[in-house]
Every structure is written in structure tokens, then in C-alpha cells.
Write a protein that binds this ligand. Sequence first.
Ligand code: G3P
Length: 214
Amino acid sequence: MFVLVNLKTYPCDPVAVAEAVRDVNETTDARLAVAPPATHIERVAETGAETWAQHVDPIEHGSNTGHTLAEHVADAGAVGTLINHSERRLKLADIDGAVQAAERADLETVVCANNPAQIGAAAALGPDAVAVEPPELIGTGTPVSQADPDVVEDAVDAAASVDADVSVLCGAGISTGDDVVAAGDLGSEGVLLASGVAKADDPTAALEDLVAPL
Ligand code: G3P
């Protein structure tokens, strides 16, 4: 299972969480990665943790003040990027452009979507993976795998019907190893989570709990 920890702009220490991700990754067959704010990608990547961007813009080098260029996050040490997170929504054409920008910079891509219908559309753009996250469950601590298992199964079917090579992740409210196992049982190949680790008093313990049953 792929466990991608999105730090959003939570008031945690991204480097300390990244060190925990790196260390716990050594103890498990699961694949752990961390997505810090863009400003912290370089310092986080230097820890040795697998580092992702939270967003890239559909742009090339040029006059794009205030934008995030895929090549820059790759140079800073990111190996992948989220695109179209629920808190950083893009228009369809811009999702397509961001996927192309990320591919140009050799970044792995996870396109997020609210529901199975959007997952089908996202999968058609040819990312490496899609992630279904019902917005109403984000940050609630109520896991999507329990609260809305159908949305995960339907997302898996929707992606498979478009492109069998696109992996499906799920997220929202995931915070325990049982939640991760339940996500896997529903056909998900990984989870996207944030508050369960970024807001934990002890991120290492939270990560250990997440991967314990894997
Ligand atoms: O990107 C992960 C996310 O939106 C889920 O957040 O806090 O419910 O794990 P959370």
C-alpha cells in the first residue's frame, strides 16, 4: 500500500514529520511519502523521505508570477505531485495541463477527485493514479472506507473502466491501520491522509499505527 501524508499548511514541523516518514518507511513493506508545502520541499527531500508536491500549475518556464513550476519542484527534490486536491481545485483543462507539466518534469502524478464520476474523468487524463476524497469527510477523523465504502469501490470501477493502468487511492478521515486495511479491501492501492499524522502529538507513533497491519 502507498501511504501519502499531505501536510497541507498545518502548523507541524515538515522536516520532523518527514524524518518520521523516512524512519517508519524503513520498517514496513508499505511505501510512505510526504507532501509538504512547496516552500519546504527541498528541506524535506534532504531528509531522505520520499517527497511530493501538493500542487503544480499547468505552465512552462516564463512569465508566471506566483505559480508553481513542475521543474522547480522536481529540482527541489520532489518525485511526485498531487493535482486538483479538494483544497486546490483546477478546471478540467488545467488538470490536463498540470498532468502534462508533471510528466514533462518526470513527476509521478495523483489526480484527486470528489466522487467516482470525477475519478473517471481524471483517469482519462492519463495520470499515474487518482485519489477519491469525499470533501465532507476530509479532516473529520471519520474514514471514507467506513463512512462511504461504496464511493471507494465505485471509484475503483470507474478508473478501471477508463484505464486499467491507473491506480486508485482513497482519502478523508484515514488515521489508523484498520482504516488503511479497509481501504485496501475495497480495492484501493493506497491512502492519502493529512490530519491523522500532521496533527498528531507523536507523528512517528501515528505512522507506526498506520502501517502496523500491512
Ligand atoms: O490530502 C489528504 C486529505 O485531504 C485528507 O485529509 O485530514 O481527512 O486525512 P484528512
